[in-house]
Design a protein around this ligand. Structure first.
Ligand SMILES: Cc1cc2nc3c(=O)[nH]c(=O)nc-3n(C[C@H](O)[C@H](O)[C@H](O)COP(=O)(O)OP(=O)(O)OC[C@H]3O[C@@H](n4cnc5c(N)ncnc54)[C@H](O)[C@@H]3O)c2cc1C
Length: 332
């Protein structure tokens, strides 16, 4: 048997073993049309399989947690096409962010936590780039640009930490805050089906009113109007001064000052499963004693111990596991 069930990131109890802050608020790449529910891992664990490479899920390389350029819709991996067959599930296209200088991001308390422009090129949403990268070259490690200000797990974690609340210490959503001038600059249409006003997009004529309007299943506490007003006033002062002394956003150009004001869902995705079942080099699943579980193989995102994004890892491991499993088959 070969387990290739695609990982565990949609299983909130499972992913919280890696970091308790990964609560229900975070959507997963592939949802809401496919769920990485950990069913393969759980079935194997029930017969004694070991997990492996657990640290990989939270390491600061690659974009395991990602912010994408769509806001105002829950499943914000893309700006969706209204004609796609799963549109009834996603409900709104989302608004395409061209420049993160156009807005600020706040946690559920209404506080900024990072330089939003780090989401713009050349940084994008990937951290710790190796430049130049030469396969197999020992100098690669010296060419890593470690930039903790990239919007990746580290930054999401800052928001998580800043607003984490008992009893379950959920940090709540991240909201993009902007004004009527932002909407005009981007020619956004802020009505359905472009935004989802059912808990993922809000507007009001004052910032104080906007804060208390935000109601969402994942917002653990109400946002305080005075906090959001203070955050925006401080940011507008940075625009006047030309310097963001809190997070170093370079020359923030636009004040947030013209009503109506908006709050759009901008919570990142948990994208990859990088921890899973322990396998050996033949793809055989191993137990807690380090012994092979006879006849059980695994590959892809359900396998642990190989810290790489995407199809390359999955198809290679599938090939290896399939080849060895086929060789094990008794001949007639
Ligand atoms: C939106 C998105 C974009 C991506 N873009 C890229 C990209 O550009 N390049 C790249 O390299 N990678 C990309 N990836 C990652 C890549 O798609 C995955 O790493 C890869 O598909 C994982 O392969 P897998 O075989 O492990 O699992 P999957 O491809 O997830 O396959 C698992 C299969 O098992 C089925 N399954 C699950 N549980 C059970 C069960 N209990 N019983 C029976 N069947 C079950 C599922 O329905 C599914 O068909 C992307 C992923 C997403 C979500």
């Amino acid at each position: 048997m070969i387990l290739a069930t695609g990982g565990s990131t949609s299983n909130v109890h499972f992913r919280r073993m890696f970091d308790p802050r990964l609560t229900e608020v975070y959507q997963v790449g592939g949802e809401p049309y496919t769920f990485q529910d950990a069913s393969g891992e759980l079935a194997a664990m029930a017969i004694g399989a070991s997990l492996w490479g657990l640290g990989n899920q939270m390491l600061e390389n690659g974009a395991t947690i990602r912010a994408h350029r769509a806001i105002g819709t829950r499943y914000n991996y893309f700006v969706w096409d209204v004609h796609c067959p799963i549109f009834p599930l996603v409900r709104a296209t989302g608004l395409a962010v061209k420049h993160w200088q156009d807005l600020i991001l706040v946690n559920q308390l209404g506080q900024r936590f990072y330089d939003e422009s780090k989401g713009d090129p050349p940084h994008g949403n990937v951290s710790n780039d190796i430049e130049p990268y030469t396969p197999g070259d020992y100098r690669n490690s010296a060419n890593i640009t470690y930039d903790p200000t990239h919007y990746n797990y580290f930054n999401a974690a800052m928001a998580m930490n800043a607003a984490s609340q008992p009893p379950d210490y959920t940090a709540g959503p991240i909201w993009a805050i902007f004004d009527a001038e932002t909407v005009a600059r981007n020619q956004w249409r802020v009505t359905p089906p472009h935004v989802d006003p059912d808990s993922y997009f809000f507007s009001a004529h004052t910032l104080a009113a906007l804060a208390v309007t935000i109601t969402n299943p994942y917002q653990a506490i109400s946002m305080d109007g005075a906090t959001l007003e203070a955050t925006v006033a401080r940011y507008n002062a940075f625009v006047d001064a030309g310097t963001d002394v809190d997070f170093g956003k370079p020359m923030p150009p636009y004040k947030i000052q013209t009503p109506p004001f908006y709050a759009a869902w901008a919570t990142p995705n948990v994208h990859d499963t990088r921890a899973g079942l322990r396998i050996n080099a033949q793809g055989q699943v191993m137990d807690m004693q380090g012994q092979v579980i006879p006849g059980l193989y695994c590959g892809g995102e359900s396998a642990g111990g190989f810290n790489q994004h995407g199809l390359g890892r999955c198809t290679t491991q599938g090939y290896i596991a399939g080849k060895h499993a086929a060789a094990e088959r008794p001949t007639a």
